[in-house]
Design a binder for this molecule. Structure first.
Ligand code: FNR
Length: 191
């Protein structure tokens, strides 16, 4: 059975570079010989602003769907643009929903690969620290590896696909590291 990855993009705009990167990675995994892993994307467009009252009284369906999708995944691939030196508010808000109930959230113990992309040559690197810190706060297992940062991303995408081979290879190597971490954890659990 292929490993099931869930992809989250911190950008909800139609022609998002971040979403294009994720879509390309999902496609590459599907085309790979042996099909070790598959990745589905969960768009964050319908996630409302986090409100503890709303969560306590009647958790909105999109938020429940996000939690369920995370729970069902073996690992997460999260990519964000850099907005004002941090992750996008859309992603932070979605992570806030995903982080509840505290201590028992579906993110707890989940292996996670983080990536950033930006048209700037800095590739969104200034958002990486915040993403790692926030995910660690909800006990997500952000994997230890060199950062996946894609600079000048607008020049590396054509027709919604990441066409830059070096960037694609680097991102796919990172996914291999995520798969190794998932296998390691499964072994440790005796599963
Ligand atoms: C940006 N952008 C940006 N880029 C960057 O490298 N560092 C930054 O701090 C910011 N800040 C920022 C704030 C806001 C509010 C916006 C809308 C944009 C530019 C950003 O990287 C660019 O719009 C990307 O193309 C966004 O990613 P998607 O939507 O293409 O995935």
């Amino acid at each position: 059975k292929p490993v099931r990855l869930l992809g989250l993009s911190g950008s909800i705009r139609r022609h998002s570079h971040c979403t294009a990167v994720l879509n390309t990675l999902a496609g590459s995994l599907g085309n790979k010989a042996g099909n070790k892993a598959e990745m589905a994307l969960f768009p964050l467009n319908d996630i409302p602003p986090y409100d503890p009252d709303l969560d306590a009284e009647n958790t909105p369906a999109p938020a429940t769907a996000l939690r369920d999708a995370i729970a069902a995944a073996d690992g997460l691939v999260i990519i964000s643009p850099e907005y004002n030196y941090g992750m996008s508010g859309v992603l932070k808000n979605a992570l806030d929903w995903a982080s509840r109930p505290a201590m028992k959230s579906p993110v707890r113990g989940k292996p996670i690969l983080i990536m950033t992309a930006s048209p700037a040559f800095t590739g969104g690197v200034r958002a990486q620290h915040e993403m790692r810190e926030t995910l660690s706060g909800m006990m997500g297992r952000v994997i230890a590896r060199p950062q996946v940062v894609i600079g000048m991303v607008h020049e590396k995408i054509k027709d919604g696909r990441l066409t830059d081979q070096a960037a694609l290879d680097f991102a796919l190597a990172a996914i291999d590291d995520l798969l190794s971490e998932i296998a390691l954890l499964r072994g440790a659990k005796g599963a």
